[in-house]
Design a protein around this ligand. Structure first.
Ligand code: TTP
Ligand code: MG
Length: 387
C-alpha cells in the first residue's frame, strides 16, 4: 500500500531570513516589499506577524497598518531558491522519488523507505531533524495513503507539525473539515455548496452524484465527490529522473484551425514552463507533437542556444515549430508540447544570474505565485487570437 509524504516549509521566505539573521527571531517579520513600496504585496509573514492579521498577497500598506512595528524585508529569491535546493537534497536521502511541487513543498513516495526507517514517524523525524539542524528551518509533514490527503493534512497541522493518516482512514479524517479545505474547492464553489446546506467535507461525500451534477455541472461534481471521499492519486513524479516535461490536449473534434491550435499551444507551453520553474529546472530542447489520426503522429523539435525557464523563449521556439507543422493541412486530433534536455541545480545559477533573464524571472515568479493561489488560468502571458 502506498505511503505518500507531503512536506511544506513553514513561513518559508520569512524562515529563510530568520535562519541567516537570528537576531530577528521572535519578531513579526514581513517579506515582500519595503513599507514605502506603495504597490508591493506581502510574499509571506512569520507566524508572529500572522497574529496581527498579516498574510500572503496582502498589500504592503495594509500590512503596515496592521503591524506597524513589524520588520519589513524586500526578499531575496535567489537565496530562497538555494535553500529550496538544499531541502530537496535532504529529501533525497529518504527516497529517490521526490517531486518538488513548488519552491517550498514536495511530495515523496516513502512506501519503500518504511522498512529502512521503521515507519512514518521515524521518516518524518529524520527529515524534520535534518532540515532543522542543517538549515535551521521549520517544516510540516503529513504522511497518508495519497497526495490529496497528505496535502490537506499538512495544512491542518502547521506550523512545525506532523501527522500520519492510516490506510482506510481517509474519509473519516476529511469528514469534519470545512469544504474549502479541499484543494480545488474555490470560494465560488464553496458558496454554491453552502446554499445547498453543505458545509463540511463529510456532507459533500454523502451527496448523491446526480444531485450535485445538476447543480454544479458533471465535471465539477465528479471532481469534488472524488476529493471529498479522499480518493486521489498516489503517484509521485520524480523530477530528477524525468527526462522531459510535457503537456498535451486531445480535441473532441479534429481541427485545422491554427489560430485556435496556436492559442492552445501557448497555454500548454506556459504550463510546461510553470512546472519547470516549480522544479527549479531549465530546458534546452522543445518538441511540438501533432497527431492527425490514431497512428499518424509527427513531432517537430528544436534545440535552443542555451537552457531556459523563461516562457517567452520557449514560446518563440514553439512558434517556429508551428510554422513547420502548418505545412500539412490534415485535421489535427491532438497537440502537445514537451520540454527536454532538462538541467538541474547549480547549472541553474547561471540562468538566474544572467541579466537578460532577471526581469523575466521576477515577473514569472510573481505569476507562478499568483497561479499557485488563484489557479493557473487566472494569469496568461502569451498573445492569443480568439477562436
Ligand atoms: P506557502 O507555503 O504558501 O506559505 P509559507 O511557506 O510562507 O507559509 P506556510 O506554508 O507556513 O503557511 O508559500 C511558500 C513561499 O512562497 C512563501 O514563503 C512566499 C512565497 N509566496 C509568495 O511569494 N506569495 C504568495 O502569495 C504565497 C502564498 C507564497
Ligand atoms: Mg510553506
Amino acid at each position: 500500500m502506498p505511503r505518500i509524504l507531503h512536506i511544506d516549509m513553514d513561513a518559508f521566505y520569512a524562515s529563510c531570513e530568520l535562519a541567516r539573521n537570528p537576531s530577528l527571531r521572535g519578531k513579526p517579520l514581513i517579506v515582500g516589499a519595503a513599507p514605502s513600496d506603495l504597490r508591493g504585496v506581502v510574499s509571506t509573514a512569520s507566524y508572529e506577524a500572522r497574529r496581527f492579521g498579516v498574510h500572503s498577497a496582502m498589500p504592503i500598506a495594509e500590512a503596515r497598518r496592521r503591524c506597524p512595528h513589524g520588520i519589513f524585508l524586500r526578499g531575496d529569491h535567489a537565496h530562497y531558491a538555494a535553500m529550496s535546493r538544499r531541502v530537496r537534497e535532504i529529501l533525497h536521502s529518504v527516497s529517490p522519488t521526490v517531486e518538488m511541487a513548488s519552491i517550498d513543498e514536495a511530495y515523496i513516495d516513502v512506501t519503500a523507505s518504511q522498512r529502512l526507517f521503521g515507519g512514518d514517524a521515524a521518516i518524518a523525524a529524520h527529515i524534520k531533524g535534518e532540515i532543522r539542524t542543517r538549515l535551521e528551518l521549520p517544516c510540516t509533514i503529513a504522511i497518508a495513503p495519497n497526495r490529496l490527503l497528505a496535502k490537506v493534512a499538512t495544512n491542518e497541522v502547521k506550523p512545525d507539525g506532523y501527522i500520519s493518516i492510516a490506510e482506510g482512514g481517509e474519509r473519516a479524517y476529511l469528514a469534519p473539515l470545512p469544504i474549502r479545505k479541499l484543494p480545488g474547492a474555490g470560494p465560488k464553489t464553496c458558496e454554491a455548496l453552502e446554499r445547498l446546506g453543505l458545509h463540511v467535507i463529510g456532507q459533500l461525500a454523502d451527496t448523491a452524484p446526480d444531485f450535485l451534477a445538476r447543480r454544479l455541472g458533471e465535471q465539477t461534481a465528479a471532481f469534488l465527490l472524488r476529493a471529498a471521499r479522499g480518493e486521489s492519486s498516489a503517484e509521485v513524479e520524480t523530477d530528477r529522473e524525468a527526462k522531459q516535461i510535457s503537456k498535451e490536449t486531445t480535441f473532441e473534434k479534429d481541427t485545422r484551425d491554427w489560430a485556435y491550435l496556436e492559442a492552445v499551444l501557448v497555454h500548454l507551453s506556459e504550463r510546461c514552463c510553470h512546472t519547470l520553474r516549480a522544479r527549479g529546472q531549465s530546458a534546452r530542447r522543445v518538441t511540438l507533437k501533432v497527431r492527425y489520426a490514431p497512428f499518424d503522429t509527427k513531432t517537430f523539435a528544436t534545440t535552443l542556444p542555451g537552457p531556459t525557464a523563461v516562457d517567452t523563449e520557449i514560446l518563440a521556439a514553439v512558434r517556429t515549430l508551428i510554422e513547420k507543422a502548418k505545412v500539412r493541412s490534415a485535421p489535427i486530433r491532438l497537440i502537445g508540447v514537451a520540454l527536454g534536455q532538462l538541467g538541474h541545480g547549480d547549472d541553474q545559477l547561471e540562468l538566474f544570474e544572467a541579466p537578460r533573464h532577471e526581469k523575466w524571472e521576477r515577473v514569472l515568479q510573481q505569476v507562478d505565485e499568483l497561479r499557485g493561489k488563484i489557479g493557473f488560468d487566472a494569469v496568461r502571458l502569451g498573445k492569443r487570437k480568439s477562436r
